[in-house]
Write a protein that binds this ligand. Sequence first.
Ligand code: PEP
Ligand code: MN
Length: 528
Amino acid sequence: MSASAQQWSPSSWRDKPIAQDVIYEDKAHLEKVLTKLRRLPPLVSPVEIDRLRAQLADVATGKAFLLQGGDCAELFDDCSQDPIEHKLSLILLMSLIILHGSRLPVVRIARIAGQYAKPRSKPTEIIEKREVMSFRGDNVNGYEVHERAPDPERLLGAYFHSTATLNYIRTLLLSGFADLHKPLDWSFSHVRSPELHQAFSAVIDSLKDSLDFMKVATGGTGGRDRGGMETVDLFTSHEALLLEYEEALTRSFDSAVPQSFSPSSTRNSTPSVSRSASHVRVATDPSSTGRYPHSPVRPPKSPSLGDGFHGSFTEMKLSSGEDRKAERWYNTSAHFIWIGDRTRQLDGAHVEYFRGIANPIGIKVGPTMQPEEIVRILDIVNPDRIPGKVTLIGRYGAEKVDKYLPDHIEAVKKTDHVVVWQCDAMHGNTRSSVTDPTLKTRHFVDVITEITKSMAIHREKGTILGGVHLELTGEVNDEGYSVTECIGGSMELEDKDLSFNYRTHCDPRLNFEQGLDVAFLLADHLGS
Ligand code: PEP
Ligand code: MN
């Protein structure tokens, strides 16, 4: 029987071989933590998740551009006001620059509020002459040598740090942090490069012009409704590596319920969710009638939970040919999750888990992926060809992208799958620092080369590079200096500068200025 013909459940991955597994000594402790996690509320809602999937369908057909970025490994300590604000500022600024240059809506997904688990090339490492388990991310073990044993309690830590981070993001967005009328507030002031200041001022001036024009043209008063420009959608994502955690936050929602819980007066009204400028507002604004479509697992206590919702759920067909009208499973730990390059085995646990959830998903695709393997994985995870469901995240490296991407595109073109092609310009471009070989780095020029080569290859093949996937951070140190982990960019960081403010515990990230450099370059390319 093929994998897809077998019955799926949130735990069916447990019968498959699993890569990058974490072995916990104290199984009873793990079970206690998972029981608790299963009781805790979802972090995100199906309405938000479906909304992202719809936006990604636009990306797949070139009607929008996808910007995804954030830390390689988020730390529990990053769950703090300044780091969150700095990360958000960078993504918002980049998206504004890209939007301005390309005239395309930008779909923003952050690697945030749950990007804690890391796959590693080696399970152990030698530190202070002792062999210890590699650091697998804050939700598995600690970075300090004495904390390297996996601790189940960290799974709860991951949930609560994700929740607090997401809560602050929602608060910021609801409080006007992303208001296009004041983008200069998005902590640009610490940027020292006069060129970047000049380029950014040009964007702001032109934006101000357009907003003034719209205000006049629409007779706007500058009141509460300011044309939907006062906030934006921002979605969360992480690599779904720890399947015990993901399973515990996988909840079933009954797509038939919204109709039956809708009072007749609202039955035929258009859902406010599809009109709202922000999924964040959807979930919290009391004036909105469309909230969660239906209650997870148990029936809702109050009919109002489903009021007015008429979202168009595509019914999930399993390959048995039967429609599963009653049930759709969502991973409620993030809007978007992806399978890493090390865990995408066709018969493995991760692919098994991913094939049953309704979220839009990413699959990392590198030089070791065979073209026919891509087709098989797409058939498994998206048998119904749902638009916006799958993003293929290419991570070949600047030197290898010409060799592998064209065949991967050709393989997908021969099928009826419509995917989002995204370029992860980081993971194929990691090198050791020359000055200090213990530090990993990336060269800005390699990042740019992989992106521009990918764009050219897609153009030639008649397909579209829909977006980029970057490791970046807007974080600064106490003196206001950006991190120094990647070489080059308009700051002209050199190898010898890396140790100045090298903070990552995992892969090197583009800093604030380098992130903006990429955005200006994308704006140029997409606009031309
Ligand atoms: C990552 O995105 O941090 C990562 C580990 O990527 P990959 O699976 O492509 O190596
Ligand atoms: Mn990484």
